[in-house]
Ligand binder design. Structure first.
Ligand code: GAP
Length: 495
């Protein structure tokens, strides 16, 4: 995404504010922070884990509360042959270079991605002296540069012309090497090659190898799907942008098994379903777009692939992929395991290897997209009728970590007792937060920042007529409702 310098600065400040709020309010912390942190790993705090669980639950419901999709939870460690069959041992690599001068390490395509237009133009001029002189439009530079790095051999030549982003030296990069992104470990006490296993880099393979187990246990008929949520691990060369590219993350994947020849229609169906899901959970439609993988850049297993991209402060980034994986994975597992993974259609008496339409979402990445999308700074009136900036997370109530906060207006006259009774009544049904400290306006602001959609206040009128005010986060409007109606009021808005 091209951004001018000011807007790029603003966007980077915005990202800093979100990361800082995430830490301050207990959404996300750097892993092992007291030891200086571990790159590419993050911990979810009390509000973060609630929100992440809500997000995963929404996905799980949208997938498995259907007649033809079942869930599983496969182990993270799998037989090493799985990754040979899937192609990960051979193909799950990124090109990497080291700077011989300062020892920094870079993923080659990220080096290109992070280059300014100015630097790209200079590199084009160095590659082809006499061309690209004078005024050249930015989009022409971007397009021409992309052409010059399209093949590995061309990219290797261009790398020799680039300065190291860390030390600024030119001509110090090593030749590009392929780096496999899978984390290796050992099963059992002996650390030799026969004991090597990998931490799974995607959850999908746990589904493929269980395809017939699930089909026969549920007597499922094609088309049907298998869904799974779980951790995945990739030894990314460069981690960046908070939760966007990490070494440990969670995926929410669903493989839909279909009859060959019907795959295109199922592919379109799932594309539409998945885009709808983000909108229904309140994500801004204008900040979502499709990116179709060009035919020559498709993964080795794919017939067609689209990414759902979100416009983060640092640019557009993939949050989910929808792939037509053909019968590649099942066929390869048949070949490598020697076991049949064919489906027998009782009605037509046909036997075939199904095609797979995959929806592959990042739970951690979508979490970040929902957090970024919800973040607002707004002018709001204070009790003294002046204006102040309120920071508010306009999270969909279904995703919000805390659903309702309860405040006694003052800490006397029986208000705390009444508020505590309301808290006790609601606690079995919702995540509730009780707050009796500071002015009520401050308490609202604290809940705005945490994304709490409803705040209930017990005031002097409550003591007279058993009513409370309930304030809605986004509009800041207050309704007066009977205490006996609070539960229904909130439940209706969480449907
Ligand atoms: N099974 C197909 C597959 O894994 P992918 O495009 O490599 O496809 C799917 O990954 C999703 O997983 C991405 O859209 C993204 O949301 C998430 N993801 C992948 N790598 C990630 C990383 N290093 N950090 C955080 N999320 C990641």
């Amino acid at each position: 995404m091209s951004q001018n310098k000011n807007s790029a600065n603003d966007q980077s400040k915005l990202m800093d504010k979100i990361v800082s709020l995430a830490k301050r309010r207990g959404f996300v912390y750097q892993s092992s922070e007291i030891y200086g942190g571990l790159n590419g790993c993050w911990d979810y705090g009390p509000l973060g884990v609630e929100m992440l669980n809500n997000l995963k639950q929404q996905w799980w419901k949208s997938m498995t509360y259907r007649e033809n999709i079942e869930g599983i939870d496969a182990s993270i460690l799998m037989h090493p042959r799985v990754w040979e069959a899937s192609g990960h041992v051979e193909n799950f690599t990124d090109p990497m270079v080291d700077c011989k001068s300062c020892k920094s390490r870079y993923r080659v395509d990220f080096l290109f991605e992070d280059l300014s237009i100015k630097r790209k133009k200079e590199t084009l001029r160095e590659l082809e002296p006499g061309k690209f002189e004078g005024q050249v439009k930015d989009d022409v530079v971007v397009e021409e540069f992309a052409k010059r790095v399209a093949t590995d051999a061309d990219a290797a030549k261009v790398v020799t012309l680039l300065p190291c982003p860390n030390c600024g030296n030119k001509g110090t990069f090593t030749d590009a090497r392929k780096f496999n992104l899978m984390f290796k470990t050992f099963v059992g006490p002996v650390e030799d090659s026969s004991a090597v296993v990998f931490l799974r880099p995607e959850t999908a393979q746990g589904i493929f190898v269980n395809f017939l187990n699930v089909q026969s246990a549920g007597r499922l008929k094609i088309p049907f799907g298998i869904a799974q949520i779980g951790k995945a691990f990739r030894n990314e060369i460069n981690t960046k942008n908070f939760l966007f590219r990490t070494r440990e993350f969670e995926q929410m994947e669903m493989q839909f098994f279909v009859k060959p020849g019907t795959d295109d229609e199922h592919f379109e169906y799932w594309r539409s379903e998945r885009m709808k899901w983000y909108g229904e959970l309140g994500m801004t439609r204008e900040k979502l777009q499709w990116h179709q993988h060009p035919k020559d850049k498709l993964a080795h297993y794919a017939k067609d692939a689209y990414d759902i991209e979100y416009e983060f402060p640092f640019g557009w980034g993939e949050i989910e992929g929808i792939h037509n994986r053909t019968n590649y994975d099942l066929s390869r597992h048949e070949q490598y395991s020697g076991k049949t993974l064919k489906y027998f259609d009782e009605t037509t008496k046909e036997k075939y290897t199904p095609y797979v339409i995959e929806t592959s979402a990042g739970a951690s990445r979508s979490f970040m997209a929902f957090l970024v999308d919800a973040y607002r700074e707004e002018e709001a009136p204070t009790a003294e009728r002046t204006m102040e900036t309120r920071v508010v997370l306009k999270l969909h109530p279904k995703l919000a970590p805390t659903k309702v906060a309860i405040f006694p207006l003052v800490n006397r006259d029986g208000m705390p007792e009444m508020a505590k009774n309301i808290e006790a009544d609601l606690r079995p049904y919702f995540r509730v937060f009780y707050d009796d400290s500071g002015a009520v306006g401050r308490r609202y602001r604290r809940q705005d920042e945490a994304g709490t959609p409803f705040c209930v206040t017990v005031d002097s009128q409550s003591l007279q007529d058993q009513t409370v005010t309930i304030r809605e986060r986004d509009s800041m409007k207050q309704d007066r409702i009977a205490i006996s109606n609070i539960r229904t009021y909130i439940a209706e808005r969480l449907m």
